[in-house]
Ligand binder design. Sequence first.
Ligand code: FE
Length: 167
Amino acid sequence: MNAPLAINGLSAFGMQPEIVTLAIPEDERVWVPQAPGVWFRPLMLNTVSGGWFNLLRVRKTGVLSRHRHPMAVFGYVLKGRWRYLEHDWIAEEGGFVYEPPGEVHTLVVDAPVEEMITLFNVNGAMIYVDEHGKTAGYEDVFTKIEMCRAHYEQVGLGADYVNQFIR
Ligand code: FE
C-alpha cells in the first residue's frame, strides 16, 4: 500500500489509504458469486470495526435469505426494487433504507425485476436464520474476505486482488 501523502503536513501519520473505485466494475470477474443468481461486489471490507460496504446484485426472483442484523445496516438502491416479507414497504430504485439492529427479515425480489443492485453497508455480521429464527449460518467481514480470495484466485485475478478493498 502507498504511504499517504502529507499535503501541507495536514494528513495524519499512520492513516490508511483511501479507496476510490468504479462501484459497478467493468470487469465482470470482480463480482463474487454468493448463490445462484446472486453476487456481491466488495467496496470496503472493514476489519477494524467489523463490517463491509458492497453492492448486492440479484438476477433472480423470489426469496433470497432470512437474516438477523446484530448491528445497523444502511442501503441505497441503484437498480430494480426489493422488499422484506415482514414489511409492507418496497425499496425502490433511488431509495435509502436503514435496517435497525435486532431486525429479522426475509429479502424478496419480485418479478418482473430482472436485475436488482443495492449498495449495502452491513455492520457486524449477517446472521442467517431459519423460519423459526434459529441460527443457520453467518457472514462477517472475514468470511467475505475469504469468499473474495477464493473467487479472485479462481478467475485469475489472484487471491490478493481483494486486498485493495480491505482496511
Ligand atoms: Fe437485511
